[in-house]
Write a protein that binds this ligand. Structure first.
Ligand code: APR
Length: 271
Protein backbone atom coordinates (compact mmCIF):
# COMPACT_ATOMS: atom_id res chain seq x y z
CA UNK A 1 0.00 0.00 0.00
CA UNK A 2 2.83 2.39 0.83
CA UNK A 3 4.15 2.17 -2.74
CA UNK A 4 0.71 2.92 -4.10
CA UNK A 5 0.42 5.97 -1.82
CA UNK A 6 3.89 7.18 -2.89
CA UNK A 7 3.02 6.70 -6.56
CA UNK A 8 -0.36 8.43 -6.19
CA UNK A 9 1.14 11.32 -4.23
CA UNK A 10 3.78 11.90 -6.92
CA UNK A 11 1.08 11.99 -9.61
CA UNK A 12 -1.04 14.43 -7.57
CA UNK A 13 1.97 16.64 -6.71
CA UNK A 14 2.88 16.92 -10.41
CA UNK A 15 -0.62 17.76 -11.61
CA UNK A 16 -1.84 21.36 -11.80
CA UNK A 17 -5.44 20.44 -12.61
CA UNK A 18 -7.43 18.01 -10.45
CA UNK A 19 -11.08 17.00 -10.29
CA UNK A 20 -12.29 15.14 -7.21
CA UNK A 21 -15.49 13.06 -6.92
CA UNK A 22 -16.67 12.23 -3.39
CA UNK A 23 -19.36 10.01 -1.92
CA UNK A 24 -20.74 9.14 1.51
CA UNK A 25 -17.53 7.36 2.50
CA UNK A 26 -15.66 10.64 3.01
CA UNK A 27 -18.17 11.65 5.71
CA UNK A 28 -18.26 8.24 7.43
CA UNK A 29 -15.45 9.21 9.84
CA UNK A 30 -17.52 12.27 10.79
CA UNK A 31 -20.21 9.92 12.10
CA UNK A 32 -22.62 10.27 9.17
CA UNK A 33 -23.92 6.87 8.05
CA UNK A 34 -23.21 5.84 4.45
CA UNK A 35 -26.02 4.36 2.34
CA UNK A 36 -24.90 0.83 1.58
CA UNK A 37 -22.26 0.21 4.27
CA UNK A 38 -22.76 -2.03 7.34
CA UNK A 39 -24.92 0.55 9.19
CA UNK A 40 -25.97 2.10 5.89
CA UNK A 41 -29.22 4.07 5.66
CA UNK A 42 -30.65 1.81 2.93
CA UNK A 43 -30.19 -1.20 5.23
CA UNK A 44 -32.49 0.42 7.79
CA UNK A 45 -34.85 2.47 5.65
CA UNK A 46 -36.61 1.79 2.37
CA UNK A 47 -35.37 4.38 -0.12
CA UNK A 48 -38.55 4.03 -2.18
CA UNK A 49 -40.57 5.16 0.86
CA UNK A 50 -38.39 8.15 1.67
CA UNK A 51 -36.27 9.35 -1.26
CA UNK A 52 -38.60 9.46 -4.28
CA UNK A 53 -41.08 12.02 -5.56
CA UNK A 54 -43.85 9.43 -5.27
CA UNK A 55 -43.04 8.96 -1.59
CA UNK A 56 -43.18 12.72 -1.02
CA UNK A 57 -46.51 13.04 -2.82
CA UNK A 58 -47.87 10.06 -0.89
CA UNK A 59 -46.70 11.20 2.55
CA UNK A 60 -44.74 14.51 2.79
CA UNK A 61 -44.86 14.28 6.60
CA UNK A 62 -42.99 10.96 6.64
CA UNK A 63 -40.38 12.25 4.15
CA UNK A 64 -39.85 15.48 6.07
CA UNK A 65 -39.62 13.55 9.30
CA UNK A 66 -36.83 11.51 7.83
CA UNK A 67 -34.93 14.53 6.44
CA UNK A 68 -35.42 16.34 9.75
CA UNK A 69 -33.79 13.38 11.49
CA UNK A 70 -30.90 13.34 8.96
CA UNK A 71 -30.44 17.11 9.42
CA UNK A 72 -30.17 16.47 13.18
CA UNK A 73 -27.46 13.86 12.57
CA UNK A 74 -25.48 16.06 10.19
CA UNK A 75 -25.79 19.14 12.39
CA UNK A 76 -23.74 17.32 15.03
CA UNK A 77 -21.08 16.14 12.60
CA UNK A 78 -17.68 17.81 12.22
CA UNK A 79 -15.46 17.61 9.13
CA UNK A 80 -12.66 15.02 9.38
CA UNK A 81 -9.03 15.06 8.13
CA UNK A 82 -10.21 13.77 4.74
CA UNK A 83 -12.33 16.91 4.23
CA UNK A 84 -9.46 19.19 5.31
CA UNK A 85 -7.01 17.45 2.99
CA UNK A 86 -9.22 18.41 0.03
CA UNK A 87 -9.18 22.07 1.11
CA UNK A 88 -5.42 21.86 1.17
CA UNK A 89 -5.44 20.35 -2.31
CA UNK A 90 -7.71 23.12 -3.66
CA UNK A 91 -5.35 25.75 -2.25
CA UNK A 92 -2.40 24.07 -3.94
CA UNK A 93 -3.81 23.61 -7.44
CA UNK A 94 -4.35 26.09 -10.28
CA UNK A 95 -7.40 24.16 -11.41
CA UNK A 96 -9.52 22.28 -8.88
CA UNK A 97 -13.12 21.09 -8.96
CA UNK A 98 -14.86 19.10 -6.23
CA UNK A 99 -17.86 17.13 -7.46
CA UNK A 100 -19.84 15.62 -4.58
CA UNK A 101 -22.79 13.26 -4.31
CA UNK A 102 -23.09 14.23 -0.63
CA UNK A 103 -25.89 16.51 0.54
CA UNK A 104 -24.39 17.09 4.03
CA UNK A 105 -22.66 20.39 3.20
CA UNK A 106 -19.43 19.34 5.00
CA UNK A 107 -17.16 20.27 2.07
CA UNK A 108 -18.52 23.85 2.20
CA UNK A 109 -18.23 23.92 5.98
CA UNK A 110 -14.58 22.82 5.74
CA UNK A 111 -13.75 25.59 3.27
CA UNK A 112 -13.74 24.11 -0.21
CA UNK A 113 -14.95 26.64 -2.75
CA UNK A 114 -15.31 25.20 -6.27
CA UNK A 115 -17.96 22.58 -5.44
CA UNK A 116 -20.57 20.94 -7.67
CA UNK A 117 -23.37 19.31 -5.64
CA UNK A 118 -24.82 16.58 -7.86
CA UNK A 119 -27.57 15.42 -5.53
CA UNK A 120 -28.62 18.68 -3.89
CA UNK A 121 -28.23 19.97 -0.31
CA UNK A 122 -29.87 18.95 2.98
CA UNK A 123 -29.94 22.58 4.24
CA UNK A 124 -32.12 23.83 1.42
CA UNK A 125 -35.89 23.77 0.97
CA UNK A 126 -37.17 23.86 -2.61
CA UNK A 127 -40.68 25.09 -3.42
CA UNK A 128 -42.85 22.38 -4.98
CA UNK A 129 -44.58 25.01 -7.08
CA UNK A 130 -42.29 27.87 -8.12
CA UNK A 131 -39.01 26.01 -7.44
CA UNK A 132 -37.51 28.78 -5.31
CA UNK A 133 -34.72 27.39 -3.11
CA UNK A 134 -34.31 28.70 0.45
CA UNK A 135 -31.52 28.01 2.95
CA UNK A 136 -32.87 26.63 6.23
CA UNK A 137 -30.67 25.45 9.10
CA UNK A 138 -33.38 24.97 11.75
CA UNK A 139 -32.78 21.72 13.64
CA UNK A 140 -35.36 20.63 14.51
CA UNK A 141 -37.68 22.70 12.49
CA UNK A 142 -39.37 24.50 15.42
CA UNK A 143 -38.70 26.43 18.76
CA UNK A 144 -38.84 25.42 22.52
CA UNK A 145 -41.81 26.60 24.77
CA UNK A 146 -41.24 26.82 28.59
CA UNK A 147 -44.62 26.57 30.30
CA UNK A 148 -48.17 26.12 29.04
CA UNK A 149 -49.80 29.50 29.37
CA UNK A 150 -53.14 27.81 29.44
CA UNK A 151 -52.73 25.23 32.21
CA UNK A 152 -49.25 26.02 33.55
CA UNK A 153 -48.11 22.46 33.07
CA UNK A 154 -44.46 21.95 32.22
CA UNK A 155 -43.97 22.59 28.62
CA UNK A 156 -41.66 20.44 26.71
CA UNK A 157 -39.38 21.51 23.95
CA UNK A 158 -41.64 21.87 20.99
CA UNK A 159 -39.25 19.72 19.04
CA UNK A 160 -39.84 16.52 17.24
CA UNK A 161 -37.87 13.73 18.84
CA UNK A 162 -36.78 10.88 16.62
CA UNK A 163 -39.64 8.43 16.33
CA UNK A 164 -42.18 11.18 16.97
CA UNK A 165 -44.53 12.41 14.27
CA UNK A 166 -44.01 15.97 13.03
CA UNK A 167 -47.22 17.90 13.84
CA UNK A 168 -49.02 18.96 10.62
CA UNK A 169 -48.65 22.56 11.78
CA UNK A 170 -44.93 22.21 11.09
CA UNK A 171 -45.38 20.53 7.69
CA UNK A 172 -47.82 23.27 6.76
CA UNK A 173 -45.11 25.79 7.56
CA UNK A 174 -42.66 24.35 5.05
CA UNK A 175 -43.98 26.72 2.43
CA UNK A 176 -42.31 28.62 -0.39
CA UNK A 177 -41.78 32.25 0.61
CA UNK A 178 -42.13 33.16 -3.04
CA UNK A 179 -45.44 31.49 -3.97
CA UNK A 180 -46.68 29.80 -0.76
CA UNK A 181 -46.63 26.28 -2.25
CA UNK A 182 -45.35 23.26 -0.25
CA UNK A 183 -41.56 23.09 0.02
CA UNK A 184 -39.54 19.90 -0.49
CA UNK A 185 -35.94 19.01 0.40
CA UNK A 186 -33.68 20.40 -2.36
CA UNK A 187 -32.15 17.00 -3.12
CA UNK A 188 -32.24 14.69 -6.15
CA UNK A 189 -34.42 11.65 -5.47
CA UNK A 190 -34.28 8.24 -7.11
CA UNK A 191 -35.89 8.41 -10.54
CA UNK A 192 -35.24 12.15 -10.88
CA UNK A 193 -32.91 13.66 -13.47
CA UNK A 194 -29.88 15.68 -12.41
CA UNK A 195 -30.24 19.15 -14.02
CA UNK A 196 -28.27 19.25 -17.32
CA UNK A 197 -26.21 22.37 -16.36
CA UNK A 198 -24.78 20.35 -13.45
CA UNK A 199 -23.87 17.42 -15.72
CA UNK A 200 -22.31 19.86 -18.22
CA UNK A 201 -20.15 21.44 -15.52
CA UNK A 202 -19.00 18.03 -14.28
CA UNK A 203 -18.03 16.92 -17.79
CA UNK A 204 -16.14 20.20 -18.30
CA UNK A 205 -14.30 19.64 -14.99
CA UNK A 206 -13.36 16.10 -16.10
CA UNK A 207 -12.24 17.39 -19.50
CA UNK A 208 -10.05 20.07 -17.90
CA UNK A 209 -8.34 17.87 -15.32
CA UNK A 210 -5.14 15.83 -15.62
CA UNK A 211 -6.00 13.70 -12.58
CA UNK A 212 -9.35 12.54 -11.21
CA UNK A 213 -9.46 11.50 -7.56
CA UNK A 214 -12.47 9.37 -6.56
CA UNK A 215 -13.14 9.09 -2.82
CA UNK A 216 -15.60 7.09 -0.71
CA UNK A 217 -18.20 6.05 -3.24
CA UNK A 218 -19.48 2.52 -4.00
CA UNK A 219 -19.65 3.35 -7.71
CA UNK A 220 -23.15 1.92 -8.06
CA UNK A 221 -25.35 4.98 -8.59
CA UNK A 222 -25.35 6.68 -12.01
CA UNK A 223 -24.32 9.04 -13.42
CA UNK A 224 -21.57 9.44 -10.79
CA UNK A 225 -20.59 5.76 -11.17
CA UNK A 226 -19.44 6.31 -14.77
CA UNK A 227 -17.47 9.50 -14.28
CA UNK A 228 -14.22 7.72 -13.51
CA UNK A 229 -14.56 5.75 -16.74
CA UNK A 230 -15.25 8.94 -18.68
CA UNK A 231 -12.01 10.35 -17.27
CA UNK A 232 -10.11 7.14 -18.15
CA UNK A 233 -11.46 7.10 -21.69
CA UNK A 234 -10.40 10.73 -22.18
CA UNK A 235 -6.81 10.03 -21.13
CA UNK A 236 -6.88 11.22 -17.52
CA UNK A 237 -5.14 9.46 -14.65
CA UNK A 238 -7.72 8.13 -12.17
CA UNK A 239 -6.92 7.44 -8.52
CA UNK A 240 -9.47 5.82 -6.19
CA UNK A 241 -9.48 5.92 -2.37
CA UNK A 242 -12.09 3.65 -0.84
CA UNK A 243 -12.57 1.27 2.08
CA UNK A 244 -13.33 -1.62 -0.31
CA UNK A 245 -12.98 -2.33 -4.02
CA UNK A 246 -15.74 -1.03 -6.27
CA UNK A 247 -17.04 -2.32 -9.63
CA UNK A 248 -14.66 0.00 -11.57
CA UNK A 249 -11.54 -0.29 -9.37
CA UNK A 250 -9.73 -2.50 -11.93
CA UNK A 251 -10.19 0.17 -14.61
CA UNK A 252 -8.49 2.91 -12.56
CA UNK A 253 -4.75 3.60 -12.57
CA UNK A 254 -4.40 3.31 -8.79
CA UNK A 255 -6.93 2.02 -6.26
CA UNK A 256 -5.97 2.50 -2.61
CA UNK A 257 -8.05 0.63 -0.03
CA UNK A 258 -8.41 2.31 3.34
CA UNK A 259 -10.02 5.16 5.25
CA UNK A 260 -10.06 8.48 3.39
CA UNK A 261 -9.49 10.36 6.68
CA UNK A 262 -6.14 8.58 6.98
CA UNK A 263 -5.06 8.38 3.32
CA UNK A 264 -6.08 11.77 1.88
CA UNK A 265 -3.85 13.77 4.27
CA UNK A 266 -0.90 11.72 2.96
CA UNK A 267 -1.87 12.27 -0.68
CA UNK A 268 -2.75 15.96 -0.42
CA UNK A 269 0.00 17.23 1.86
CA UNK A 270 1.57 19.13 -1.04
CA UNK A 271 5.10 19.11 -2.38
N1 APR B 1 -13.09 6.02 3.82
C1 APR B 1 -13.20 5.68 2.50
N2 APR B 1 -14.26 5.00 1.97
C2 APR B 1 -15.22 4.63 2.83
C3 APR B 1 -15.16 4.92 4.23
C4 APR B 1 -14.03 5.64 4.71
N3 APR B 1 -13.90 5.97 5.99
N4 APR B 1 -16.29 4.41 4.82
C5 APR B 1 -17.02 3.82 3.82
N5 APR B 1 -16.37 3.94 2.64
C6 APR B 1 -16.80 3.48 1.31
C7 APR B 1 -17.60 2.18 1.32
O1 APR B 1 -16.73 1.08 1.19
C8 APR B 1 -18.50 2.35 0.09
O2 APR B 1 -17.87 1.82 -1.07
O3 APR B 1 -17.68 4.47 0.82
C9 APR B 1 -18.62 3.87 -0.06
C10 APR B 1 -20.00 4.44 0.28
O4 APR B 1 -20.91 3.92 -0.66
P1 APR B 1 -22.48 4.27 -0.56
O5 APR B 1 -22.96 4.07 0.81
O6 APR B 1 -23.13 3.50 -1.65
O7 APR B 1 -22.54 5.84 -0.83
P2 APR B 1 -22.41 6.62 -2.22
O8 APR B 1 -21.52 5.90 -3.19
O9 APR B 1 -22.06 8.01 -1.90
O10 APR B 1 -23.93 6.56 -2.75
C11 APR B 1 -24.24 7.21 -3.96
O11 APR B 1 -26.57 6.76 -3.67
O12 APR B 1 -28.20 6.53 -2.11
C12 APR B 1 -27.75 7.34 -3.12
O13 APR B 1 -28.02 9.67 -3.40
C13 APR B 1 -27.39 8.72 -2.60
O14 APR B 1 -25.45 10.08 -3.10
C14 APR B 1 -25.88 8.78 -2.78
C15 APR B 1 -25.62 7.79 -3.90
Amino acid sequence: MEDKIKEAKAIIDNASSITVLTGAGISAESGIPTFRGEDGLWRKFRSEELATQEAFQRDPKLVWEWYDWRRGLVKEAMPNPGHYALVNLENEKTNFTLVTQNIDGLHQLTGNRNIIEMHGNLWQIRCTSCGVVEENHDVPLKEIHPKCKNCDALGRPNVVWFGEMIPMSIIDNIKCKNCDALGRPNVVWFGEMIPMPIIDNILIAIDKCQVMLIVGTSGIVEPAASMGLVAKHTGKTVIEVNLETTPNSSHYDISILGKSGEILPMLCSGV
